[in-house]
Design a binder for this molecule. Sequence first.
Ligand code: ATP
Length: 593
Amino acid sequence: MLFSDVAEYFDKIEGISSRLQMIDVLTEMLKKAREHEIKPLVYMIQGMLGPPFAGIEVGIAESFVEAAIADASGYEKKEVVENFRRTGDLGSTAEFFIGKKRLKRMSESKLDVNGIFGSIMKIATTSGEGSQQAKIKMLSGALASSRPLEARYIARFVLGELRLGVGDATIMEALSKMVTGERTFKERLENAYNICSDLGKVGEVFATKGVKGIENFSISLFEPIRPALAERLPTAEEILRKMGGRCAIESKYDGLRAQVHLSKKKKRVEIFSRRLEKLTPMFPEITRAALDEINAEEAILEGEAIAYDEVSGEFHPFQETIQRKRKHGIEKKSEELPLHLFAFDLMYINGEDYLDKPYEERRKKLESIVKGGGTIRLSDRIITSSPKEFESYFNNAVEHGLEGIIAKDLHSRYVAGARKFSWIKMKRSYRGELSDTVDVVIVGYYFGRGIRAEFGFGGLLCATYNEKKDVFETVTRIGTGFTEKQMKMFKSILEKSKVKSKPARVVSNIEPDFWVDPEYVVTVKADEITLSPMHTCGLETRADGTVAGYALRFPRIVSDGIRGDKSSEEATTTKEIVEMFKQQRKTKLSDNP
Ligand code: ATP
């Protein structure tokens, strides 16, 4: 498939405002591709060069791209820079200069998907001495032999700014339609995706082996499994009721989630984050311990890495554990503040898939392979049917500096990649406040007015994720409480992700000054959730005939800035807001009977 065809489809997708139309265009494009082109094409649609755990970063510096555009078109770099200042988008600048290029150094070759993907991969992965010049040269070569529209997308891709606004669920529906003609096979594709976290691979298997290939999909060691997530409820009684009267409750450690993959034969250990990035170098002590302290030839297990004071038995706050997220001096840090891994689940052992086994069986097996007492320990837990015992376990956990508890359904399988009631969290922050914090996705922002004009930033329009519809629904405008530093930070980050019109997956009745690609998550606290005719989160006709959605009242940002550990699809869902609203109403009723 020619890259010029891909560019035409990308251009079409950019102009689409409905998700269903987007699926149709994607399906048509995928159908045009040959089997071996599906994988790179899926990565391209995701704006990536591989799955997240491969760690191949796209995103070369703007100045390299400017130099390459100048070189490929025969114009001065300063002319390119000047044009970019006006367009704010190097993709459009590349398109403009390639469209009127002075040099015809190369005859226009017909670039195909694999060719372009390979070139961009090479540009992204070239490193070492002289690599900057080499990158510019390679990019200039690719741009010089491309057509203007292709140049637009090549430039955006290498910058890591493709921003087509296509979510994984949309890609899966298109893949489903490509092979079966229906969107309904998406669920099974999702199962495959959940156990390998590689949508390119899923697409390729589906395209080459069809339905059978997907149904026989199995876990691969060193490919991370998408993490199971917890629902939330505020009281022991409600959790026990939901769990059928009896459940396990585990301490909720406030550290970094770590999925450990181990092969003793290969003497290899890899550790993946909640967002499926490979973080092995960050955890040298856990990597070493995995080889010594786990009694299995091969295993995939999950736990929370946290700084823990063995002498006092106290857990350090999250801010101290997170210091590990750095590039240099990790060995030293690991001596000063060693981390422990509190293992809480087991997904695979010695060739056997444990995902479908009930929690209790997985836990028993985990207990049999974790020696304990060293760097790797088991998460603390009890099994109970008594609300009183539940409460006292919770209080004790909080006194020890833990975040709260996670209740686990004894009979449930490991539900990869989904937030389900098989795990329910109850946090100390639920006490004495109306609701938990909410993680919202930024979908737009406002000009600064008055004294904020100098920052060019005046607030955010934020949304929840509706996982059923795979869209983002607005839930709040945040206009106050920003520090100067935050305003500058938001302005500089959001300016880069600005898009011309409302992204197709955003559902909104409010028009912000600027729309942005829904990719950034912030944590907010609010006084309460109210019904609102303005917002689209949970918008429906109510019993009294009014049409209303949900809104956060008096929202303020509590995260330092953008939450880097969550993607937009991992933000709080509309369904969770509906649940929180119900909880809040119950609490109010019991406060004012
Ligand atoms: P939060 O910000 O509340 O941690 P989250 O969206 O990151 O929420 P949830 O799935 O809602 O994640 O809550 C479970 C998280 O709690 C896991 O991602 C994990 O990192 C952490 N955790 C700590 N202790 C445990 C435990 N014993 N079992 C499962 N998860 C645990």
